[in-house]
Ligand binder design. Structure first.
Ligand SMILES: [Zn+2]
Length: 203
């Protein structure tokens, strides 16, 4: 599958909707059984996978492409390890997660243990904040593209699942973060350029 995308001004978009867009604040609808195997749903899923890989991120929920339906895709490719220090990779309990696509997912928390780490979102571009998430969850739903219909996830993968599930309920990580930790990820660049930085959303 090509990861090249061209601009698209109707959903499913080739870009991420940004905080403030009402589609990110509604409870997304279940995909009804009669639409499960439709061209429409297959197209949305393909688009979600394409955008996930193009932007090199780890999760996409359909509302982020302007589609208020209960669909999530997740993937943590082996190659992403190089984007983190060994210390962060270990502390955040990151691990590879093969492509997983769920329609109408349910999430079950299976431990009380929580971890707090910096989290960002492609729908709040340029920022991050500290968010506590449960360490272990089970996700069930309708698997697509040959991916499983049940997954038990720990650490960072469990965080990804909780973050994407939140999107289906109109919740964004900024609702859950420690507000005092909210960070503009380009703040050093702003200082280094005397405040004249151009922060490009170049994809
Ligand atoms: Zn997000």
């Amino acid at each position: 599958m090509s990861t090249e995308v061209t601009a698209r001004t109707v959903p499913p978009y080739n870009h991420f909707t940004q905080i403030g867009d009402p589609v990110l604040r509604v409870r997304a609808e279940e995909v009804p059984p009669e639409r499960l195997d439709s061209h429409e749903i297959n197209d949305i899923v393909d688009q979600m996978v394409k955008v996930l890989r193009h932007y090199d991120c780890v999760g996409v929920a359909a509302p982020q492409l302007g589609v208020p339906l209960r669909i999530i895709v997740m993937e943590f490719r082996e190659g992403k390890r190089a984007q983190f220090t060994a210390e962060d990779y270990e502390q955040r309990k990151m691990s590879p997660l093969p492509l997983s696509v769920f329609i109408n997912p349910k999430i079950e928390i299976i431990t009380d243990a929580q971890h707090t780490h910096p989290e960002g979102c492609m729908s709040v571009r340029g920022f991050s904040g500290q968010v506590a998430r449960y360490d272990r969850v089970r996700v069930t739903g309708i698997g697509m593209l040959g991916t499983p219909s049940e997954l038990e996830l720990v650490g960072w993968s469990a965080r990804i699942a909780q973050h994407e599930m939140d999107h289906l309920n109109g919740i964004i990580y900024v609702d859950r973060m420690d507000v005092s930790s909210f960070t503009c990820i380009n703040w050093p660049q702003i200082n280094a350029s005397g405040g004249r930085a151009v922060i490009a959303f170049d994809k």
